[in-house]
Design a protein around this ligand. Structure first.
Ligand SMILES: [Zn+2]
Length: 283
């Protein structure tokens, strides 16, 4: 168990920027810009953990985790990173996602998974090293790949809803890539397991980090090839093909890969985005 550490003193030329997290919530100012908080607030703050890490630009960043009981200073707020996905610029979002994933990695790998001995943090590159002389194994942050698939049938797209979605909300289907499986194999398997449908010609679309806690979303587009929809009990409450002019309420985060896939689908069919009838559902 590492000792709590104080935040870097104000005026310290390093790090260039500091992100402060309270659980999954990022400290932002009134303009929803990440901030280390005012000096007066920082002065008395004790951090649960502080990680310094470099980025490819060479600029050093620090991420600080504080107790859940810590209140934001006046004019600031702790906001869940999910609620900031559509607000932060791409570079800041990438760093915030990385910071959150590294905090989670650091929290979950305090002990060696091979021998159970305590580990120590190494930050460049991020890793935790086993302290046992006869082991010494290094543990690195892992990401969990998830395929998320837009299955299209002409001007229709396959959307489904899981039992824990807000009422009325539908999204493209997704699932984790299994060990030993390619992303394309996962695309075929997930769609078949969740809906009983066969698809063809899966095409890679784009990817994005989804740090809740450490997913890498791999967006795919595919064509319907056959079968009738049979929803997987307990996993998919409903799935159906929706016409481009009759889309249901969609996932409320524009950044989310599901909406990137749907945006591409709508624009290719000459429809505006977002579609007027598909108002975002409540989160
Ligand atoms: Zn070990």
């Amino acid at each position: 168990m590492s000792l709590p550490s104080s935040l870097p003193p104000s005026g310290d030329p390093r790090p260039a920027r500091t992100l402060v997290f309270r659980d999954h919530q990022l400290l932002v100012d009134l303009a929803a810009t990440p901030t280390a908080g005012p000096d007066s607030w920082r002065a008395g703050l004790v951090a649960l953990r502080t990680l310094d890490f470099p980025v490819t630009t060479g600029e050093a960043w620090t991420v600080v985790e504080v107790e859940r009981t810590i209140e934001a200073p006046d004019g600031h707020a702790f906001q869940h990173l999910k609620s900031l996905l559509d607000t932060l610029d791409g570079e800041t979002l990438a760093l915030a996602a990385r910071a959150l994933e590294l905090l989670e990695f650091d929290r979950a790998h305090r002990f060696c998974g091979a021998c159970g001995a305590p580990t120590t943090l190494r930050t460049d590159p991020p890793a935790r090293r086993c302290s046992a002389p006869d082991c010494g194994r290094e543990h690195f942050p892992r990401v969990s790949p998830v395929v998320i698939v837009a299955v299209e049938r002409g001007a229709e797209i396959l959307l489904g809803r899981s039992p824990h979605f807000p009422p009325g909300l539908y999204s493209t289907l997704a699932g984790f890539v299994d060990a030993g499986e390619s992303a394309e194999q996962a695309v075929h398997r997930e769609i078949f397991e969740e809906t009983g449908l066969r698809i063809r010609a899966p095409r890679y679309f784009s990817s994005q980090a989804w740090p809740f806690p450490h997913a890498l979303m791999l967006g795919y587009q595919a064509e319907y090839a056959g079968g009738d929809i049979v929803c997987a009990p307990g996993e998919i409450e409903d799935a159906r093909f929706f016409h481009v002019d009759a889309l249901p309420p969609l996932f409320p985060i524009r950044y989310a890969m599901a909406n990137q896939l749907l945006r591409d689908f709508c624009l290719r069919h000459g429809r505006p985005w977002p579609p007027a009838q598909a108002t975002p559902a409540a989160a």
